[in-house]
Design a protein. Structure first.
Length: 362
């Protein structure tokens, strides 16, 4: 959903923004709801036929000069478009790929890119090693999120939201937001919570994230989580909220946000939790230590005992919750605001566009 959020911000700045998506998909629906005109295809494979010609004509008619891809598979589509009409092509690498892509095929696919944007320093290091792109074409650009005014954080009706989720009003809520899949660490968090729940009888666990493959989750993993909840007899203490668009409302009821992600390339949820002024326990792997800085407690995401120990620090030291949540909000405001991110991205777009126009006149 990141391209939609960014697209919406650029629309506010009076840019014309268009989207390429699968017909009837959630992405297509959300783009249209956000005022982004779309070119829809039945499948990505259809673009390897005459559809690519129709797409190119559609882009030319709208005078589109910049193409920005957000999945590695989409870079191939961008490369095909570049064969038909030269444009300024960007790719944001969200996954932190580690498998080398320096064979002849990938060298050709990536050769048309003006810029690769890495979403963290960790991702930047991986991109330098794995991608067939010159180092001077790869830049680190942190993602951004909406950071509300502190005064607006208290406007949520916490008792009402807890009631909607069947969570007792006087409970302490440990929460997690993200796709329900192996790599996000919900299995380890569940085991950690089983320890916490025995010590703190008013503690509850709230898991927010898609429950189906169509929402990015792993169905077999979701089934195993549900089964384990039953085995631990935690049906009344663990709450599966499913996919939600109202992330800010879900975060508002969480006293502690725990993100034991195994190897996160960035951690958009981390900065959303920081912007919501939450006490955070994050993984000590991937990019999360870089993103969170000193504004959170870190844990071994593969060790439920260590995860529970870090959560317990917050539960026994209320002052620590206050101190870390304040640091988190300040860090989000200084480094990860959406306005700052969009301005930096806009600079990349305009610099490439103006520089290339200048060089073409020489």
């Amino acid at each position: 959903m990141y391209p939609i959020r960014i697209g919406s911000e650029f629309l506010k700045r009076d840019y014309q923004v268009y989207g390429l998506c699968i017909k009837g998909s959630r992405v297509a629906k959300d783009m249209q709801e956000n005022g982004i005109e779309t070119f829809e295809v039945n499948s990505k494979k259809s673009l390897f036929s005459h559809q690519i010609l129709l797409l190119n004509h559609w882009l030319k008619k709208r005078d589109v000069h910049i193409v920005h891809s957000h999945k590695s598979g989409d870079v191939f589509v961008s490369a095909l478009l570049h064969l038909l009409s030269k444009r300024y092509s960007f790719f944001t690498e969200h996954m932190g790929v580690t498998r080398p892509k320096k064979d002849l095929f990938h060298q050709w696919v990536y050769s048309h890119l003006y810029r690769v944007l890495s979403i963290s320093n960790e991702t930047y290091r991986r991109n330098l090693k794995a991608l067939p792109v010159e180092a001077n074409k790869i830049n680190q650009l942190w993602l951004g999120t909406d950071v509300p005014l502190q005064s607006s954080l208290s406007t949520f009706d916490i008792p009402k939201i807890k009631s909607e989720l069947n969570i007792p009003e006087d409970s302490i809520v440990i929460g997690n937001v993200g796709r329900i899949c192996v790599g996000k660490g919900q299995a380890e968090l569940l085991e950690a919570f089983s320890r916490i729940s025995a010590i703190f009888p008013n503690s509850h666990l709230l898991l927010v994230g898609g429950m189906d493959a169509s929402e990015g989750s792993e169905n077999s993993f979701v089934a195993s989580i549900k089964e384990r909840i039953q085995e631990l007899n935690l049906n009344n203490r663990v709450h599966l909220a499913g996919f939600r668009k109202d992330t800010a409302r879900m975060l508002s009821v969480m006293d502690i946000v725990c993100l034991p992600n195994h190897n996160e390339a960035f951690g958009l949820t981390a900065i959303e939790a920081m912007a919501a002024k939450k006490a955070i326990v994050g993984a000590n792997t991937g990019s999360l230590p870089e993103v969170l800085g000193n504004a959170a407690l870190l844990c071994n995401p593969f060790d439920p005992n260590n995860i529970s120990q870090e959560i317990e620090k917050y539960l026994t030291l209320p002052d620590l919750i206050q101190r870390k949540s304040t640091l988190a909000y300040q860090r989000a405001l200084e480094l990860f605001s959406m306005d700052k991110h969009v301005t930096n991205l806009e600079t990349h777009y305009t610099e490439e566009y103006e520089l290339t126009k200048f060089q073409s006149k020489q």
